[in-house]
Design a protein around this ligand. Structure first.
Ligand code: DOR
Ligand code: ZN
Length: 424
């Protein structure tokens, strides 16, 4: 038994915010009560003193890259999930763009088995929509669902062919799986490495306009409407895309979206000739960032997702043009989320919702702290001061533009299935 004592327990699903003790037994929550009231029931339990800390349902990351199989020099399931635990995540959803691509049930099973052996957190894989994520033929989605996928995506690429997207969505509606699209119009993308604007001109780098993303979002919403399948827009970065999601939601369509910490924190003007600022979608304009923050605050955005995309130094330490897209994200996510809270842009409860019940709803599940619920908790401080040092990261990779950034607030303990898997 484990007693999480006297923390400030935030439960976005019910809106409750109160000092509570939480008792865990086995892999479940067995008690939730005002401080002191579980003393009898908790006799003999290990005690974690959460005084002064926030206790939230376990954080879920809808979007990450663990690189195994095929990219083990950048990350493995073991190192990536350890970084996730350090970042306060209790469950992560790895994208299928491994080598080979996770487009079949036997690979899905091997990822699930590997995770069961080495991962401190839950690993809920996402299966490819098309074979090899090539956008040509449907992957074996039903068999992958049997093996444990929680969603379908060709992340890294959009599902460019609308007819194929329609077929994927028809299947996924029947299977009850959301389709997650990496929205990008490849003709506008065409070799770009950052957002088009003054900064791309200044740096002499090829830019892409915001419409690269929003054109594809508009198409997806319309194909989604044909099928009534749940559609989730990955790493949404542009105001125009968010306006389309808002309009779809207003019409009652099952459309959701996620925003990454880097897109609500940085803008194109922050991009330096340094590949740690290269990711896809690229950092957007100031106006876009303000629109994303407004969406995080008012509910238009459903989840914060990291898009943790590790790349080993040998790949990333090259000219901007040649470097792969992507930055690490697990360990800085809570700190960056709290920057919005400290700045008064979103409430603490809303931030917790964006990491818990928000992403859970995208997956069609619930996340709350209550008796009989899974014993997954994220315990964090809103005040603890620390500096992120990429070289000290649990990830195998160091490609973060936030290296050296000072944070106010940090994950303090991660509890998965009733066990503390990380403690600061
Ligand atoms: O920045 C990115 N990195 N965007 C993607 O879509 C793919 C990802 C990766 O796999 O590195
Ligand atoms: Zn992507």
């Amino acid at each position: 038994m484990l007693l999480i004592s006297n923390g400030r327990v935030l439960n976005p699903a019910s809106g409750s915010d109160a000092q509570r003790d939480i008792l865990l037994d086995g892999d479940r929550i067995v008690g939730l009560a005002p401080h002191g009231q579980l003393a009898d029931q908790a006799r003999g339990a290990e005690i974690f003193d959460a005084k002064g800390l926030i206790v939230a349902p376990g954080f879920i990351d809808l979007h990450c890259h663990l690189r195994e199989p095929g990219g083990e020099s950048s990350e493995t399931i073991e190192t990536g999930t350890r970084a996730a635990a350090h970042g306060g995540f209790t469950a992560v959803c790895p994208m299928p763009n491994t080598r080979p691509v996770n487009d079949n049930a036997s690979l899905t099973r091997s990822i699930v088995e590997r995770a069961a052996a080495v991962s401190p957190v839950r690993v809920w894989p996402i299966g490819a929509a098309s074979i090899g994520s090539k956008g040509e033929a449907l992957a074996e989605i039903a068999a992958m669902k049997q093996a444990g996928i929680v969603a379908v995506s060709d992340d890294g690429h959009p599902i460019a062919n609308a007819k194929l997207l329609r077929s994927v969505m028809d299947y996924c509606r029947e299977l009850g799986l959301p389709v997650i699209d990496h929205c990008e119009d490849s003709s506008l993308f065409a070799g770009a490495v950052m957002r088009e604007g003054k900064q791309s001109v200044r740096l002499g780098l090829r830019g892409m306009p915001a419409a690269t993303e929003s054109l594809c979002v508009a198409r997806d919403v319309q194909v989604g409407e044909l099928t009534r399948c749940r559609l989730h827009i990955a790493h949404l970065s542009a105001r125009a895309s968010l306006d389309l999601v808002r309009a779809a939601k207003a019409r009652g369509l099952p459309v959701t979206c996620e925003v990454t910490p880097h897109h609500f924190t940085l803008i194109d003007e922050d991009v330096e000739y340094d590949s740690r600022y290269k990711m896809n979608p690229p950092l957007a304009s100031r106006e876009d960032r303000e629109a994303l923050i407004a969406g995080l605050a008012d509910g238009a955005v459903d989840a914060i997702a990291t898009d943790h995309a590790p790349h080993e130094p040998a790949l990333k330490d090259v000219e901007f043009d040649k470097a792969p897209f992507g930055i690490t994200g697990f360990e800085t996510a809570i700190g960056l989320g709290l920057e919005l809270v400290h700045a008064g842009k979103i409430s603490l409860m809303r931030m917790v919702e964006l990491f818990t019940s928000g992403p859970a709803r995208v997956l069609g599940i619930e996340r709350r702290i209550a008796e009989n619920e899974p014993g997954d908790l994220t315990i964090f401080s809103t005040e603890h001061k620390w500096t992120f040092r990429a070289e000290e990261s649990a990830s195998k990779s160091r490609n973060s533009p936030f290296d050296g950034r000072e944070f106010r607030g940090a994950p303090m303990a991660t509890v998965v299935a009733g066990r503390i898997v990380y403690q600061r």
